[in-house]
Design a protein around this ligand. Structure first.
Ligand SMILES: Cc1ncc(COP(=O)(O)O)c(C=O)c1O
Length: 341
């Protein structure tokens, strides 16, 4: 858990973790509370109810679906299962977990520098060799918020050998409003080497429970099964995720994502209005390419009771929070810029 200075009586605003600003839906909260009565029991290691619900929702067979304790854990499971070739091609600057995941499974990262805020897909395709285990794409990208469009991913996939798996991490997919961003499931159906990685942590608001899923081509299923013995979510996570896929709660979750996209636009406009450069974002966070000012910005924000994530020398990632937290952030920025930050 992160810490920030409490300013006066105001609790800190944590805008560093890309969490949803919304509390759990009452129906989901009830499921977790009721589940506490059976904590002595092991979870279903096949996550059968969740796999069944995802299979119905996504229109793919249950054998194509892997569920795991958060999509980061599942990503590691998948990268491990796809061995033994040593190299994993990934964008840099992207999710800070990728280099760790790659190291954890004994693979070697091949980081490909960004083209501005975006993946450099031609360079990533050129980095694929006969040593490549898999490629990671992040759409929208964490931390820059940039998206990849359908046609450019199709061009990329046409250049990558059909036996090299491409994992498309769609952790923030539900916040996308740009119609040119493909649904990873369409790419999955059209290509035999695409894996789609998603999470219940962000738009579904279940980060504390740790549950995510992947949709994988048939040849990956047995590989994943061989290394997957310990990679299943806990019972409460499984139950909450199943309930989150229920049609009864879909409209409210969709409404929240739409509302968040509106807050995102407003926050970007407000920060730009204050004189900051803000990258376009299709996720639930914004990216300020502050360069060397990133660390002092984050330090000053912490002193003001606001947590943001700094990448030293590159920039600061700020989660879109409640209206109150966003207003507090803008007030801080106004004061900090006036003081010469
Ligand atoms: C791009 C991306 N992928 C995966 C994750 C991991 O999410 P979780 O393990 O909570 O599903 C994150 C978390 O911030 C992320 O930003």
């Amino acid at each position: 858990m992160s810490t920030a200075t409490t300013v006066g009586t105001q609790p800190p605003a944590d805008l560093s973790m890309n969490e949803t600003p919304y509390p759990p839906l009452p129906s989901i909260r009830r499921i977790v509370e009721n589940g506490a009565g059976a904590l002595q029991r092991y979870p279903d290691r096949t996550s059968s109810a969740l796999v069944g619900a995802l299979s119905a929702r996504l229109g793919v067979g249950p054998e194509a679906i892997l569920v795991g304790p958060g999509s980061a854990g599942l990503c590691q499971h998948l990268v491990q299962a796809l061995g033994p070739k040593p190299e994993v091609v990934h964008p840099a600057l992207s999710f800070e977990g990728y280099p760790l995941i790659i190291r954890n499974v004994g693979a070697r990262g091949v980081p490909v520098p960004m083209d501005g805020y975006r993946h450099d897909l031609p360079a990533m395709a050129a980095a694929v060799t006969d040593q490549t285990r898999c490629v990671l794409l992040c759409n929208p990208n964490n931390p820059t918020g940039a998206v990849l469009h359908r046609d450019e991913i199709e061009d990329f996939l046409a250049r990558v050998p059909a036996d090299v798996p491409v994992i498309i991490d769609e952790a923030y997919r539900e916040f996308v409003t740009d119609p040119q961003v493909p649904d990873g499931m369409d790419l999955y159906r059209a290509h035999g080497n695409v894996c789609v990685l998603r999470t219940f942590s962000k738009a579904y608001g279940l980060a504390a429970l740790r549950v995510g899923y992947a949709v994988v081509p048939p040849r990956v299923t047995p590989l994943a099964a061989m290394t997957g013995a310990v990679f299943f979510p806990n019972s409460l996570a499984q139950a909450a995720a199943v309930a989150s896929l229920d049609e009864a709660v879909t409209p409210e979750l969709t409404r929240r994502c739409a509302e968040l996209a509106v807050s995102r636009s407003r926050l970007i406009d407000d920060l730009r209005g204050l004189g900051l450069t803000v990258a376009p974002s299709e996720a639930n966070f914004v990216w300020l390419p502050l360069g060397e000012r990133a660390t002092p910005f984050a330090d000053r924000a912490r002193e003001a009771g606001i947590l943001v994530m700094a990448i030293p020398g590159a920039g600061v990632r700020i989660t879109v929070g409640t209206g109150e937290a966003n207003a507090r952030l803008c007030a801080f920025v106004r004061t900090a810029l006036a003081a010469g930050l």
